[in-house]
Design a protein around this ligand. Structure first.
Ligand code: ATP
Ligand code: MG
Length: 567
């Protein structure tokens, strides 16, 4: 990672804080963590957090510090979590180019310790077993303008609470019938401090601990203690946890643990034209609106990978998003731009025609008409070259021909000339149509004096891509576009002011499948091989469906620059 010019974490306020802590001797190392809940696949927002947390490990190590970043699964909601998700998350982190320190960690590894700390809090008179129903609890909690009221169970003695809590653990009570709550302050202006629940009863099978527990700790309680157990120095999270920080600190201040990580919040990445919430992405998958979590239209790491985005492109994007406390709403074009920028120098270029019209070269003459070789990349001779064979029948792109050209047209038109990329200048002599008036064939003639040379006495500005029909291979080409038609699909309100279902804004054009004709040299490409199809965009062989004898390409992203600029 560190040898790269696009270090994933540029300087930001968090790194300035860490630098200050190191300079002041508060710490002599950095320990961060990435704490996903294994309840879905990672998305682009998680990628930002991964680049931040693991980027700190890699960069501070490069600067000579003892730096670590843990991967810790926050597995406190057994009903929603699965091994499939946990494995996919590990794959995604590695694919993004990062690695965690030591073994994968799980909050459930700490369930015994969390339980002992809860007993400690009870013994200190700082936690109690409550029997309010969820509705009553809501009612007692008050709201932003009114203080809460104490639960009638709040003054139970430590001995009674200890007995009840042990019986909760032993399975004596029904699910949801009791909770363990911290005894903090029912009048606090911060609602998170109004005696938050830290344990609930739930008979659910857990992916790691099986049926050992019927009580599970809540996120806020679990997270701070897990951080402290692991010796995290800086616990980085998104801004919605700012109001939870007093609780994070309260718990650590009141149990016998001698590590107190500093929680620092930064703003969540929000990407326009998409949704970044596992819950919503899960709906798209479970309702069959996309082909799966790794559908190339999904903003998941596995979806972006399948789409052909590179890890370096995503890291560059994360770097450009920056880390701050202000709103981080980013247009999809920034992500596409970063991906394009990395592919621009990495992807070999070939020609492909995706919407063909047949061209017959009427004066093609075997043995006379020649062909040239072409470099795979104009700036990387080391990528090599291949022969681009010409034959009497070609395909060109339908929109490179116009019967009635608009002003300034430089491509093919009746009686006009154009250069075939890496080949001759041709002239369109005749247009052949079918019964419906649809152009089915162009009959053109070659100027045999123009292979690698300018025509004499005139300028031919336009250059188009093409492919020899007999030499091309056929491929299934999946043309992906944005998944949603709305800027913020999950924030559109109807006439009554209510939010509309984001799933109503799926772009019907987000996937089109066509048959493409491509240079034969791509036939043996492994899955996940990326190319630029000249003038069309970047494409990747599909990770799963591309196989010997079945060529399948996904469009990763179009080209920003017009052909005219590139030629
Ligand atoms: P979601 O709402 O999609 O489920 P989450 O925050 O609940 O997201 P977690 O698995 O708990 O998902 O997140 C793991 C880490 O990733 C957390 O530290 C969280 O702050 C961070 N993270 C999640 N979404 C974003 C985002 N959009 N931008 C930046 N960081 C994010
Ligand atoms: Mg979460």
């Amino acid at each position: 990672m560190t040898t790269e010019n696009n270090s994933p974490v540029a300087s930001n306020f968090i790194r300035n804080l860490i630098d200050a802590d190191l300079a002041a001797g508060k710490h002599d190392k950095t320990v961060t963590r990435f704490p996903p809940e294994p309840n879905g696949y990672l998305h682009v927002g998680h990628a930002k957090s991964i680049c931040l947390n693991f980027g700190i490990q890699d960069d501070y190590r490069a600067r000579g510090y003892d730096s670590h970043c843990n991967l810790r699964f926050d597995d406190t909601n057994p009903e929603k979590e699965s091994e499939e998700y946990a494995l996919a998350i590990q794959d995604d982190i590695k694919w993004l180019g990062f690695d965690w320190d030591g073994e994968v960690k799980w909050a459930s590894d700490y369930f015994d310790r969390l339980y002992r700390y809860a007993e400690e809090l009870i013994e200190k008179g700082l936690a109690y077993v409550c029997e309010l129903t969820p509705e009553q609890m809501r009612e007692y909690r008050g709201n932003l303008t009114e203080p809460g009221r104490p639960s009638p169970y709040r003054e139970r003695s430590p001995a009674e609470n200890l007995d009840l809590f042990r019986r909760m653990k032993a399975g004596e009570f029904a699910d949801g019938s009791r909770t363990l709550r911290l005894k903090i302050d029912m009048a606090s202006p911060n609602i998170n401090l109004r005696d938050p629940v830290i344990y609930r009863i739930r008979r659910a099978h857990h992916i790691r601990t099986g049926d050992k527990w019927c009580i599970y700790p809540m996120y806020d309680y679990t997270h701070c203690i897990s951080d402290a157990i692991e010796g995290i120095t800086h616990s980085l999270c998104t801004l919605e946890f700012e109001d939870h920080r007093p609780l994070y600190d309260w718990v650590l201040d009141n149990i016998s643990i001698d590590c107190h990580p500093q929680q620092i919040e930064f703003s969540r990445l929000e990407l326009l034209y998409t949704v970044t919430s596992k819950r919503k992405l899960n709906q798209l998958v479970s309702e069959g609106l996309v082909a799966g979590w790794d559908d190339p239209r999904m903003p998941t790491v596995s979806g972006m990978r399948r789409r052909g985005y590179t890890a370096a492109g995503i890291r560059l994007f994360a770097q450009r998003c920056g880390i701050s406390k202000s709103e981080n709403v980013i247009d999809l074009s920034v992500l596409e731009g970063a991906v394009r920028e990395v592919l621009e120098s990495e992807a070999p270029r070939v020609m492909a025609v995706l919407d063909p019209i047949k061209v017959t070269l009427t004066n093609f003459e075997a043995g006379v008409t020649g062909s040239r070789s072409a470099p795979f990349h104009p700036n990387h001779p080391e990528f090599g070259e291949r022969e681009v064979p010409l034959a009497a029948t070609l395909y060109i792109e339908r929109d490179d021909f116009a019967e009635v050209p608009p002003p300034g047209w430089q491509r093919l038109t009746p009686g006009g000339e154009v250069r075939l990329r890496y080949s001759y200048v041709i002239k369109c002599d005749e247009v052949i149509k079918d019964a419906n008036g649809q152009v089915v064939e162009l009959r053109c003639s070659i100027d045999h004096e123009t292979l690698g040379k300018n025509p004499v006495g005139r300028k031919v500005k336009g250059v188009i891509h093409w492919i020899s029909a007999e030499h091309a291979i056929e491929a299934e080409v999946r043309l992906y576009d944005r998944l949603f038609t709305e800027l913020r699909p999950d924030a559109v309100r109807g006439a009554d002011g209510e939010y509309l279902d984001f799933k109503g804004f799926i772009n019907p054009e987000s996937l089109r499948v066509s048959t493409g004709y491509i240079e034969a040299c791509v036939a043996d490409a492994a899955p996940e091989t990326r190319y630029q199809f000249e003038r069309l965009g970047y494409f990747v062989t599909d990770r799963y469906d591309h196989a010997p004898g079945r060529v399948v390409f996904n469009r990763t992203v179009g080209l920003k620059d017009s052909w005219a600029k590139q030629a």
